[in-house]
Design a protein around this ligand. Structure first.
Ligand code: ING
Length: 314
């Protein structure tokens, strides 16, 4: 029986300094893409916000200063070299970036990722739905997470596309902590979920927690999502101390059985590669997680209706 093998490279990035232009970041992305191609990868996955520093970590009020972190078009002259190199190497890629979108005379700002296939065709785009943190400056915190201030909530849902021989979907960072994100794609028979993250060691709500917990929760979220939806998950960090915020690494590739098959060892630019068997999840999809045989959706609503359950409140 033919198995659908796909070699994937998770391209972890170390910090991107606030004053580093996109050119320097592009050079790093292209170096990682070339290393991925040398490892015979057909797909390289870059982190969330892979072109600039993660600016939601500080307060800004000046629109022009904020918009400087956004891409007005994708591709555009700054990132075209990455698209050109991908086409030359015949490698696909997933890129996280900040998107300024004009919808008529309305301007929207999204935390976005794009999926490009080996022929340079844009397969799909995703706009982050779960925006953590706050809309207003939190002066008592050592650093901010102002994604609710700088970004609109994504309006594209969680689509799944046919690409690289399988069913591929994307999410971004905080999305990975919410089971709905995986399940919406699981219900579309997703086989490979690609995601990037910028995750500080100190939790954004300022709660002091033992230093091992951010990494534990990072891996727990992705391993659970992979296992419960019988899908591969590739999670890619922007890591290290970026503008004074120490971010976790832990870039990894997780199988549909929930096992970590490859993981980063550093907090810098590092390639984590594995050859994925896209058929590996079929046993689970036809067994333990055969949704049409085992899920009882007609019973799920009763609890919510009867109790009006809405989850924890402030
Ligand atoms: N970063 C963090 C994340 O979800 C966070 C924010 C950290 C939320 C820890 C809750 C706990 O990994 C982004 N960019 O979403």
């Amino acid at each position: 029986m033919s198995t659908r093998l796909l070699t994937v490279a998770a391209a972890q990035l170390g910090p991107i300094p606030r004053d580093e232009g996109r050119g320097a970041a592009l050079d790093r992305l292209i170096a990682l893409m070339r290393a991925a191609a040398a490892r015979r990868a057909r797909l390289v996955v870059f982190p969330e916000g892979a072109l600039t520093a993660f600016f939601p970590h500080w307060f800004m009020d000046e629109p022009a200063e904020i918009d400087a972190y956004f891409e007005k078009d994708m591709p555009n002259p700054d990132v075209q070299p990455l698209f050109n190199e991908a086409r030359r190497l015949e490698i696909g890629f997933c890129l996280g970036y900040f998107e300024l979108a004009r919808e008529g005379d309305v301007v929207r700002h999204y935390n976005t990722s794009i999926l490009v296939d080996e022929r340079g065709g844009v397969v799909g785009q995703y706009r982050k739905i779960h925006l953590p943190g706050h809309a207003e400056h939190q002066p008592r915190q050592n650093f901010q997470n102002l994604e609710k201030r700088y970004f609109d909530v994504g309006d594209l849902g969680w689509p799944v596309w046919r690409a690289f021989g399988g069913n591929v979907g994307m999410m971004i960072c905080n999305d990975r902590r919410w089971p709905e994100a995986y399940r919406v794609m699981g219900l579309q028979d997703v086989e490979l979920v690609l995601l990037g993250y910028n995750t500080p060691y100190v939790s954004v709500n300022g709660l002091d927690e033992p230093p091992h917990l951010p990494m534990f929760h990072n891996l727990l979220s992705m391993q659970a999502g992979a296992y419960q939806n019988a899908t591969w998950v590739v999670g890619v960090a922007k890591a290290g101390i970026e503008e004074g915020v120490h971010q976790i690494g832990g870039t990894c590739i997780i199988s549909p059985l929930g096992e970590i098959v490859a993981q980063a060892a550093t907090e810098g630019d590092e390639l984590v590669c594995a050859t994925l068997d896209l058929d590996l999840g079929l046993g689970q999809k036809r067994g333990s997680f055969r949704f049409d045989a085992h899920r009882r959706t007609e019973h799920y609503g009763l609890i919510v209706e009867r109790t009006g359950a809405k989850g924890p409140k402030d």
